[in-house]
Unconditional design. Sequence first.
Length: 367
Amino acid sequence: MKIPFVDLKSQYLSIRAEIDGAIQSVIDETAFIKSHFIGEFEASFASFLGIKHCIGCANGTDAIEIALRALGIGPGDEVIVPANTWISTAEAVTTAGATVVFVDNDPALYTIDVTKIEEKLSPRTKAIIPVHLYGLPAEMDIIMDIARFHNLKVIEDCAQSHGATYKGKMTGTFGDMATFSFFPGKNLGAYGDAGGIVTQSDELAKMCRMIGDHGRLGKHDHGLEGRNSRLDGLQAAILGAKLPHLAGWTEARRRNAQAYSKLLSHLDIPLPTAPSHSHHVYHLYVVQVPERERVQERLAEKGIATGIHYPIALPLLTAYQRLGHTEQDFPAAARGQGRILSLPMYPELTAEQMQYVADALTNALAK
Ligand SMILES: Cc1ncc(COP(=O)(O)O)c(C=O)c1O
């Protein structure tokens, strides 16, 4: 049996008429840039989250950089970023001109270790970017308390957490701002690159919109030097067609995660866990295994695609060599990077496919 890591084709086939209709409408109206499709999606996504503003942009990396710039964070400022995340979270801090300061992750939850944030603060620290990694909300109450006490801004990186809730409240609605990626494989994915920024603040929303549209105030009137980072009409229409399905897809992911956890419960390996106050949306289903490369190969031989998120903790990447970090500085991230393994996870996974993965993993670990 062949089991892909994600199956965007089967999702497309399940809503083909809606997607094709959305694409055709954009083409019929030649509504490619700055059309009503963008405003409509922004309004419906903001209402899904229960937040005032959503500003579409070109991708989730730009979204973080634009949010930092809107908050006035740049050269001379430091920003707290988890050691275990996709590089965009840190990269955007650098491209905004600020300095990245890494904090280790919680060894069981994989999100930022909130007990280690305060020791990394300095008089130059301006913001924290918690990431709701793999679909599990970071511990937002504690993070917001730290931020309030030290007068820091919070930008939630929600690239992997569309629809996840913490103590009953949507991720993306805790911080000053939050950013989303709509990369095709995300829980809500476009058919190309796309991203968004959300906030309650009228002022920050206006600033983000300006920065993402060449600093434009009006036609040929530019209030500042921004950039071209707009959500395009086709992606907005596709996202608008997919958004009504997100809640159902999330429930399917949660059911699948539960099924995996039951099928794998006999194995003596760490499975995903979530505190009872968090509603995990399982963008990824991450386990830990010994001899990870050998296990991954065995699964590949059985036709099962897996991933590693992420094989090198950010502070240990060549890109951050300048910071001079060692594995001892980030014990949880360093230990996790050699053992974590992401199993196929998508709403359309069948019981038969999950049983096949569980059997293959059991056999691989037995050898
Ligand atoms: C945690 C995290 N942050 C940011 C991003 C950046 O999103 P994009 O690929 O849309 O630029 C991603 C996407 O992979 C991500 O997983």
